[in-house]
Design a binder for this molecule. Structure first.
Ligand SMILES: [Zn+2]
Ligand SMILES: [Zn+2]
Length: 205
């Protein structure tokens, strides 16, 4: 029996992430593992407001697990996406004034027969030649690996200086001088004639 044949046990909190995200995938598991580790290190519970902040260095599926477990949600201003295309995340706790950065160490670390299978499937996938069945098998392998490895095998963890991010700005809205739609004051663009307009209107004039 290989890892890819085993039945993967999905914990309840991961099921919540899957329900939010829409499917299970390796990216979601990255976010799940990072969120769990951040919660363990800083004794976090899900942020009702902005007491936890996540800075994500990619815009992948992982973000959705952070939103579900940490409450670092796109609409609250405590999810910061700096898309460097890196599998790295910083989680800050405002009450504890502490921050940790987690960065993926390596690729998948199979040995022996698993390695051969993985390399073959991954090569087929990258070449666009993997069958639907092979795609599924590869995904299962990755998910099983990401769920079963000790966290330290997957990510390096570093406590980083606590650099408190500003709270989400609360600003009044004013009507755009061109389209009339209400727009946050700080997002409006002044025209040479002194009128203030929204960004789409500024790009048309
Ligand atoms: Zn996904
Ligand atoms: Zn406008």
């Amino acid at each position: 029996m290989t890892v890819s044949d085993e039945k993967i046990k999905i914990p309840d909190d991961l099921k919540q992430c899957v329900a939010f995200h829409g499917h299970i995938c390796p990216g979601l598991i990255y976010g799940y593992r990072v969120a769990r580790e951040a919660m363990r290190l800083m004794h976090l519970s899900r942020a009702g407001d902005e007491e936890v902040v996540a800075v994500c260095e990619n815009d992948s599926c992982a973000i959705d697990a952070l939103q579900v477990l940490l409450g670092t949600a796109a609409g609250k201003g405590n999810l910061v996406v700096r898309n460097y295309g890196k599998n790295a995340y910083t989680v800050l706790s405002r009450p504890m004034r502490r921050a940790y950065r987690f960065s993926r160490r390596t690729g998948y670390t199979y040995g022996g027969k698993e390695r051969e299978l993985y390399d073959r499937l991954e090569a087929a996938r990258i070449a666009g030649k993997a069958s639907e069945n092979e795609e599924r098998q590869l995904k299962r392998m990755k998910i099983a690996d990401l769920l079963s490895q000790p966290f330290a095998e997957l990510f390096t963890t570093a406590e980083v200086p606590y650099d408190e991010p500003p709270y989400a700005p609360l600003q009044p809205s004013c009507p755009c001088a061109v389209c009339g739609e209400m727009t946050m004051a700080g997002k409006m663009i002044p025209l040479p004639d002194g009128r203030r307009v929204c960004i789409p209107c500024s790009q048309q004039s």
